[in-house]
Write a protein of this length. Sequence first.
Length: 553
Amino acid sequence: MTKTQFAYRSLNEIGLVTGPPSLQDVVGFTKPTGNNRAIKYSPDGRLFAWASTTAVEVMDVASGQLLQTIARPNVMEIDFSPRGTYLLTWERYIKPESGPLPTNMLIWETTTGSQMGAFTRKLQSSWGFQWTPDEQYCAQLAPNEVQFFDPTNFGKGIHTRLSMDGIQSFSLSPGQSPSVAAFVPAQKGQPGHVRLYSIGNFRQPVCQKTFFKADSVKMIWNTLGTNLLILASTDVDLTGKSYYGETNLYYLTVAGNFDCHVVLDKEGPIHDVAWNPNPEIKEFAVVYGYMPARAALFDRRANLIHDFGTAPRNFIGFNPQGRLVAIAGFGNLTGQMDIWDLKTHKKRVTINASNSTTCEWSPDGRHLMTSTLSPRLRVDNGIKVWHHTGSLMFHRLIHELYQVAWRPLPVANYPDRSALSPPPPPCASGTGTNADAKTPTRSVASVGTYRPPHARGTMTPPSFKREDEIQRSNGKSSLSVDPSSPNAPDVSQMTETEKTTRIRNINKQLKQISALKKREEAGEHLEPEKLVKMQKEPALKLELKALKSKKPQ
């Protein structure tokens, strides 16, 4: 099998590391140092490029040979076409005082280094092209149209157009017969819609779906490009139940023989959606609902196949073979990650990948890489590689880590096995790669919220406890206060002014607790921190009694 590989970019260097089992720096690769702005593998895994402050370098991954040096000192973003034939670069847009607009997005041929085209892109968030898998066309969004170009001859200008009034976004499908999906939001009382067209035939859509609640959409294609999931979202939830708007999921086929609104049985936002990448298995998974969220698996007619249960989760990712799925909670959640076997629909292991900002399966489908990146988190930046059985195989702390990525490789190189592999032996000590292999997983009870370094080793203030921490111990809060605690303040050491101030504060808290109790008796659902506050009442009353008994008459 072809050895897997991943790359990383930090404040000080760019590195290449061989995948499991060796997990060592790639021999012969001289790490570029200094202020590097971007790294990128080509989608076919043949090429690797990076942008420094002086140039863009393109390397052949297999041989390690440097193929091109493109002298562009201000490149901030880079990208490849699907087959690696073209390299795209983006430089920050600077508005001219007069004259024509500058061309800051350039297209280069990777074999010759020749410039093939130049365009103006003001926004970094949407600077690139979308491509058909065969590189026959690339496309960009323009006012009221999608413009298609022939990459072999940008000099001829626009090859063809898909015209749609009010078009906001579009998506080209994968697969051998690519389609284009175009979205127009609701306006002037008319519903929004997504229409699908065969590329080259824009007279009549092959199918379409209309809906009202959609200010923007995310379009998720299956591997073959025959089915499309549309995650529609609004900026404002008119019901007032969420600060983050409302989300809905729609499903339609390119053949036009099926479409539906995917019905989800738990109220709340849709956190993540993913197709099984195995083209023979037509199913998708959704994580949805208010926390703890529910994860579920659906078939190609949007019927429920399996319910993974509820937990604090907001991420779902299939391995490339479609045999395993990771369901995790990242961001402001604790990093718990469940690995499920889709052949048996049984959970294999729970991994604690706390403080992770990215998670990606390796091409071999047997390992996951999690990372903690800047600027999302500026402490404990680094990379971890896990075996699917939960063993931590690699851990490297890297100062100000910005990017990580597996080298793309064909899934056919790593066929699925009838029996999943057993846990590997831990990495040898002294390699500089594995500091934590002895304790790869932890139970839910041992996982807490993120603590900054200066606060570690101290008790968590009750107001910052998570809901699932509050509800442990057979439903009894683990945050209840013991009135006889030795940590209670020593009244005898307090001055009269301190006692008076403390009595006033306690009376204020007791008044607030009384109001909370009335709200709870009326059937109102209280936040976890308010429940914690109510549990302090016995200790506060005991302290108040002690303060008053010591206060002179």
